[in-house]
Ligand binder design. Structure first.
Ligand SMILES: [Zn+2]
Length: 496
């Protein structure tokens, strides 16, 4: 059985067929077709960022935000898409109070970008290319809040630029869907076009899912899952839905085409709407906006504006800094983590040691706190402090065990590592006389173990080492203790 197939009670093999539709709000200063500012719609006073254009008042005409096109082009290029020589907006019929015009301006026959791919990393070091069918621009809708028997509408979000990115149905498992979502989110963050915050809805990822007998090429009825507020929920909902559909087929039933929601509390998908027929959006070209021509020079300008993307950064970390592929991949997976790491290196931290503490101890503290990796910029342990801590270890001022304790303190309180070492007396004991006295005391207190060591039980050196470290409350220089112990024991060997 491979990772991409699932066996069942009847011993049939199934595989998932998954495509992802992503809506990413673009972080432009103003909306897509008017001068209204893009505001945090979870925080701003409702209906304060609106004007006749985004309110859909009669006679108001849209004007295209060039910045949104530039951001879309950069995403298209980062996803290895073809950029057609022109793209065109279209009206999508849509009657719902969250868009007062009665239609949404989107793109249909002529999208901004098409036919791209994104390479994802799979467990075990394998990679897979996921086809990108298209990426097109459209406007976001407003937000409805349902209160008892009525609804409130906030149009701050109406007209915010959105990029819709649609994959081919190339994904086979929940793990692959998760890997794609993480990689795409990282790219959007690296490009600076989207914060990646799914809990605020600025990034929305919706899988469409069907299953089929493994190895067949048939396409069965699919379902769509909406309102996923994290990548973890995307993975869980996808895994759940694959299992649910297999169970339906195994019981002799048929999967019904439907839009599902994810119930976070119960960890199950629930039917929101059963689809009897395809939606009829009656697209037609938007008469109020010109066709957007993209010449080669414009494409090249945007290509030149692309920053170093996650894959390139990972390769550089491996090649120039000697990091393992695993560590490098962890460090580039979130732009905020990569920025933090590079800031620590700029402050003089050793690349490998900083990587070890960051992916080990720092991530552990963040997990304990329930903090997301891309929130690393907000922790109290500054990258300069992490670099300083690593230097204290390398200079022999503190040992690894002391560094771990110090890191927890810095994580909880912030501050300067050298000053804390001073204040808390964490510096390790390197005084030869004191270490020698401790070693002599340990040897005197453990005559039986010393005897057995001298008789050939060499592993007892670790027992004696531990006793000495304990006597020094973990602050002795381990290398010096080991050397002194070995010297003293060798001396006794010669005597006997
Ligand atoms: Zn407006």
């Amino acid at each position: 059985m491979t990772l991409s197939t699932l066996s069942t009670a009847s011993d049939k093999l199934y595989e998932g067929v998954i495509g992802l539709e992503v809506h990413a709000e673009l972080m432009t200063a103003s909306k897509m077709f008017c001068a209204c500012p893009v505001v945090d719609s979870t925080a701003a006073e409702p209906n304060t960022a609106v004007c006749p254009v985004c309110l859909g008042l009669p006679g108001a005409l849209p004007v295209l935000n060039r910045r949104a096109v530039e951001f879309g082009l950069r995403v298209g290029l980062a996803l290895n898409c073809t950029i057609p020589a022109f793209n065109q907006f279209a009206r999508k019929s849509y009657f719902y109070p969250d868009l007062p015009k009665g239609y949404q301006i989107s793109q249909y026959a002529y999208p901004l970008a098409s036919n791209g791919w994104l390479e994802i990393d799979l467990p075990g070091g394998a990679t897979r290319r996921v086809g990108i069918r298209r990426a097109h621009l459209e406007e976001d809708t407003g937000k409805l809040t349902h209160v008892d028997d009525h609804s409130l509408v906030d149009l701050n979000r109406a007209g915010v630029p959105l990029l819709e990115i649609v994959t081919e149905a190339d994904l086979r498992t929940a793990e692959e869907a998760e890997a794609y979502a993480r990689k795409l989110r990282a790219i959007l963050q690296y490009l600076g076009v989207n914060s990646g915050d799914m809990s605020k809805g600025v990034l929305r990822i919706e899988p469409n899912i069907s299953v089929r007998p493994a190895g067949s090429s048939e396409l069965r009825t699919r379902t769509e899952v909406k309102n996923l507020n994290s990548i973890r929920s995307l993975a869980r909902a996808t895994a759940y839905e694959i299992e649910r559909q297999i169970a339906v087929y195994e019981a002799g039933g048929e999967v019904q085409q439907a839009t599902l929601g994810w119930d976070e509390a119960r960890q199950v998908t629930v039917v929101q709407r059963v689809k009897e027929s395809a939606d009829d959006y009656r697209y037609f070209p938007e008469p109020d906006l010109p066709v957007v021509e993209i010449d080669a020079a414009w494409v090249e300008r945007e290509r030149a504006a692309l920053p170093e993307l996650p894959d390139a950064k990972r390769e550089r970390f491996m090649r120039d800094l000697g990091l393992s592929r695993y560590d490098a991949a962890l460090l580039v997976a979130d732009r905020a983590v990569a920025d933090y790491y590079e800031a620590a290196l700029s402050a003089g931290g050793d690349p490998k040691q900083v990587a070890n503490y960051l992916t080990g101890d720092v991530f552990r503290q963040m997990n304990l706190e329930g903090r997301e990796r891309d929130d690393i910029g907000a922790i109290k342990l500054a990258p300069q402090a992490l670099a300083g801590l690593v230097r204290l270890v390398q200079d022999g001022v503190i040992h690894h065990g002391g560094a771990k304790k110090l890191l927890v303190t810095l994580y909880e309180q912030g501050g300067d590592p050298a000053a804390l070492v001073e204040a808390q007396g964490l510096a390790q004991v390197r005084d030869e006389d004191m270490l020698g006295a401790t070693v002599d005391q340990v040897l005197a207190e453990n005559p039986a173990e010393v005897e057995r060591y001298l008789a050939g039980e060499e592993k007892l050196i670790r027992f004696l080492m531990g006793a000495a470290m304990r006597a020094l409350r973990g602050q002795g220089d381990p290398a010096a203790i080991q050397r002194l112990l070995a010297e003293r024991l060798a001396g006794r060997q010669d005597e006997s």
